[in-house]
Design a protein around this ligand. Sequence first.
Ligand code: SN0
Length: 314
Amino acid sequence: MKHFTSVKDVADLDALLKTAFQVKQSPYGDKNLATNKSMCLIFLNPSLRTRLSTQKAAMNLGLDTVVFDMNQGGWNLEFQDGSIMNGDKPEHVKEAAAVIGQYYGIIGIRAFAHLKNPVEDYAELVIRQFQKYAGVPVISLESPVRHPLQSLTDLITIEEHKTIEKPKIVLSWAPHPKALPQAVANSFLEWMVASGQDITLTHPEGYELDEQFTEGVKVVYDQRKAFEEADFIYAKNWSSYKQYGAILEKSDQWTITADKMKLTNQAKFMHCLPVRRNVIVADEVIDSSNSIVIQQAANRVVAAQAVIKMILQS
Ligand code: SN0
């Protein structure tokens, strides 16, 4: 594996999962794999789990890591090729990425959607330009469109917690006070479809995702109907894709409540975190024994370690 920006970069998903379970069994089994190698994690947005779990994963592999908060002390980069740079952006990604690629053997980068222009966001310009110009493997730490480290984590977590061969997995939209990207939802669906899961999507009208992510996904607009017999409920908010970046529905009708969880087959509750308690999900659900959000977050280290390991070995 050269880059890790979507499930499409994974030539053999079964091999990646196998590596993940090996890593989970023996987190310190490859302590010397990355001697004298180093990685730079670049953040244009906040992070808790991605930053700390990826650093921890690197630590377990003996990979030295530097975290760069580009907005705090870095130059404001120009990402468009051919631009006349007479504005407020002193450096082009062409030099910046190439230089960082001289210093570090792997680059991770996070750049959220701006939620203004879908064409710009969905071009994933920041990460694609780094791939083009850095000359080293690039790992997505969440792009405007995808969050593959999270989705791999989710797949690992489902594989661990499932009690039947093909559980019913439901991705449910839930309300949120702010406009959030579609990245986590898009990416979750992409990985569920790629791994052949039984996946149902439920959301209010107007929250349809980009069709490239919903092919092979059952869409059920009635949330209660969707929850029937579910084995996993994955909650996430996203802003509208069709009316790009808009919040169309703020009511608590879609909050994940204990009442709705009763419709399921004692489903496990999942969320990528950070989560707005009593907006996305009621306390009694996230604090119940069916909630696996902490185990899920713990697997962020496993996913990152498996990905870095496969990149180092290829
Ligand atoms: C991000 C998102 O893409 O939805 C990152 C999730 C891993 N989430 C947020 O920005 C939440 C911010 C908030 O105000 O709750």
